[in-house]
Write a protein that binds this ligand. Structure first.
Ligand code: HEC
Ligand code: HEC
Length: 186
């Protein structure tokens, strides 16, 4: 193979594994929910994860009764039957983690591709301006998350009142993922 065809093969291989996001620019953001430990984990794995993941739960903020009827309503067309103590435990967990005092992840948030990147100084200036009115800057500087989780946190902070525009938010998320990152599992 000559250099040109080797390059082509590599380009094709890369485009096959590159995330769709990198190819089309904007994509809906998804929340990230880390599975709990203990009994609820077993309940989720036994009853809930065969059809879809648990991330979408975070699109909602409901009280216990609200979760109860939402689960029934959402699964009318499919056979999901969870009852008795398992259902009670699951509802406790859902209401405590995605309860009425939490902020649901917005369904309409679109991730724009970042094309200009924050320098450390620019990012720190945004953090100082937008992220220090409710808690110490250490809450940001001392944390380590994957970029996707940083997005979930930044969107959550904005829902709570952090003043930050979409475009700025994505650049901040890129910077946080780059400088305060971790592997995607955490
Ligand atoms: C047999 C497949 C199946 C199983 C098992 C299942 N679900 Fe679902 N679930 C669905 C489908 C299909 C939808 C989408 C329904 C719709 O949008 O109208 C859904 C939607 C949801 C939603 C709504 C997400 C949103 O965007 O707001 C939640 C929450 C949910 N499921 C939780 C659960 C939980 C908790 C369990 C375990 C008790 C579970 N699911 C088990 C098929 C399943
Ligand atoms: C309007 C108030 C407010 C602003 C502004 C704010 N935060 Fe927060 N932040 C909170 C609260 C409240 C919590 C605690 C949430 C909890 O523990 O459930 C928190 C927690 C956090 C955490 C810990 C999350 C975790 O899962 O451990 C991080 C990281 C964080 N904020 C980052 C930021 C960043 C980055 C910004 C700026 C974009 C910001 N915050 C701006 C209120 C705010």
């Amino acid at each position: 193979m000559n250099v040109k065809s080797v390059t082509l093969v590599i380009a094709i291989a890369l485009s096959a594994i590159a995330p769709v996001a990198a190819q089309i620019g904007a994509r809906p953001a998804r929340p990230v929910v880390i599975p709990p430990q203990g009994a609820v984990r077993q309940i989720l794995f036994k009853n809930c994860t065969s059809c879809h993941g648990i991330d979408d739960y975070a699109f909602n903020a409901l009280d216990r009764a609200g979760w109860d009827s939402y689960l029934t309503k959402k699964h009318e067309a499919v056979s999901v039957s969870i009852a008795g103590p398992d259902r009670e435990l699951l509802l406790d967990w859902l209401a405590s983690k995605f309860g009425p005092t939490t902020k649901p992840f917005p369904r309409t948030y679109l991730v724009q591709e970042v094309t200009t990147f924050f320098t450390d100084d620019e990012a720190q200036a945004v953090v100082k301006r937008a992220c220090t009115s409710c808690h110490e800057i250490e809450k940001v500087n001392g944390a380590r998350f994957s970029a996707d989780r940083w997005r979930v946190i930044a969107v959550d902070m904005r829902e709570r009142g952090a003043k930050i525009e979409d475009e700025e938010l994505e650049r901040l998320v890129e910077w946080l993922g780059r400088t305060k990152g971790t592997n995607p599992q955490q």
